[in-house]
Write a protein that binds this ligand. Structure first.
Ligand code: PLP
Length: 409
């Protein structure tokens, strides 16, 4: 059997031409759609006709341009279907609300994106009466025992943020399925690199704001899974995406779709640069975390589970020991070397750096940060591909020398 390749799967899709035979598809900006026969309208309302048959209703329901992007993302993940939303958070919230009712329970990884942690730890318990158990996903026994008869989903991220531990997706899917619930995976850090649905997961959510978009100019999200689940999200009576209304603008869908053809090239170059930096830092004896290094606890698992063409990802972490040193290091890199930017987010063409404990993971209380292994001086670096690798390494090495006091600032 040939192994699944996300970019091959995307290229196998039927090409969407523009209305006038343009090589690019047209942007459908309309918020409402006509029908030729009056009887078609009730059929759309009753779900008998839908976008698969070219029938559209209203912009908050399916939009043709957004629908194509959803299909493209589904192809990349090897899913039956996909649809997009206005942000990664709305894709996550919509998915979990679709799966759960008041009083239900979710088992979640304890090392997740700060916004998702706040959603699961505070918002959903308060507003929807859900209960959530946060567990270290590396501890399969603890995951198993966290399940209750009320559990409706197991929620993890492919690569934990910022500790970069790779979830054992086949094992986690096995546990979830034994309890009759879906495994939901946030694959934002690993587009193309890991294909969770091919490894047993049931639903993949993405923040398209990061690598998939690649230019830090759109906030967007997507859900990929079975046709049944995607249609349920868009149901006119109880679909979370339809009724809560985090609608993606078709102009955004077009823009993001136009970046998918080079996603493979971008991921491979992000990974090549991150691997070079991580290897050199390791050789200097610096405390660097990167799954591409043989010393990383999940290096072997990564090789076993990942698609081979796209490397080990564009993110590595460096522990500067304490917050002050971490801040001085990032300031030098941004303001003196022009190496990159002190900013949250990731997957940009330039390098983005943040100190996780005091920024993107600050929603986690101190003890939860400690449990998750997030050190106060840990700098998360999403490596860009502008300039040359050697130029960027010279800048990086200089900043290291400055914080180490080997060179006057
Ligand atoms: C950014 C991010 C999100 C949230 O996505 P938005 O597009 O900002 O709403 C969720 N999960 C992960 C892993 C992220 O990095």
């Amino acid at each position: 059997m040939t192994k699944f390749d996300p970019m091959e799967s995307l290229a196998d899709m039927q090409h969407e031409f523009g209305e006038h035979g343009g090589v690019n598809m047209s942007i459908e900006t309309s918020t409402t759609f006509t029908v030729m026969d009056a009887e078609t309208m009730p059929e759309i309302f009753h779900g008998k006709r839908g976008p698969d048959r070219g029938c559209y209703l209203y912009g908050r329901h399916f939009n043709p341009t957004v629908y194509v992007l959803g299909k493209q993302l589904a192809a990349i993940e090897g899913a039956e279907a996909g649809y997009c939303s206005a942000s990664g958070m709305s894709a996550i919230a919509g998915t979990l609300l679709q799966l759960c009712a008041t009083g239900d329970h979710i088992v979640s990884s304890n090392t997740i994106y700060g916004g998702t942690f706040a959603l699961l730890n505070e918002y959903l318990p308060e507003k929807a009466g859900l209960t959530v158990s946060f567990v270290d996903t590396a501890d399969l026994e603890a995951i198993e025992t966290a399940f209750t008869p009320k559990t409706r989903a197991l929620y993890v991220e492919t690569l934990s943020n910022p500790t970069l531990r790779l979830a054992d997706i086949p094992a986690l899917a096995g546990i979830a399925h034994r309890h009759g619930v879906p495994l939901v995976v946030d694959n934002t850090f690993c587009p193309l690199m890991v294909s969770p649905l091919q490894l047993g997961a049931d639903i993949v959510v993405h923040s398209l704001t990061k690598f998939i978009n690649g230019a830090s100019d759109f906030v967007a999200g997507a859900v990929c899974g079975s046709t049944e689940f995607i249609m349920s999200l868009m149901d006119l009576h109880n679909g979370s995406l339809m009724l809560l209304g985090p609608t993606m603008d078709p102009r955004a869908a077009y823009e993001i779709g136009s970046r998918l053809p080079h996603l493979g090239l971008r991921m491979a170059e992000h990974s090549r640069r991150a691997m070079a930096f991580a290897t050199r830092l390791r050789d200097l004896g610096s405390p660097v975390v990167y799954p591409g290094l043989p010393e990383h606890p999940d290096h072997q698992r990564f090789q076993d589970l990942a698609n081979p063409e796209y490397g080990f990802g564009g993110i590595f972490c460096l522990d500067l020991g304490n917050t002050e040193r971490a801040h001085r290091f990032m300031e030098h890199l941004q303001n003196e070397s022009r190496f990159g930017f002190m900013a949250v987010s990731l997957g940009y063409f330039d390098t983005l750096m943040s100190c996780s404990a005091s920024s993107t993971s600050s929603e986690l209380p101190d003890d939860a940060q400690r449990d998750a292994g997030i050190q106060p001086g840990l700098v998360r670096i999403s490596i860009g591909y502008t300039g040359s690798l050697e130029q960027r390494w010279r800048q990086f090495e200089e900043a290291l020398q400055v914080v180490n006091g080997a060179k006057a600032n």
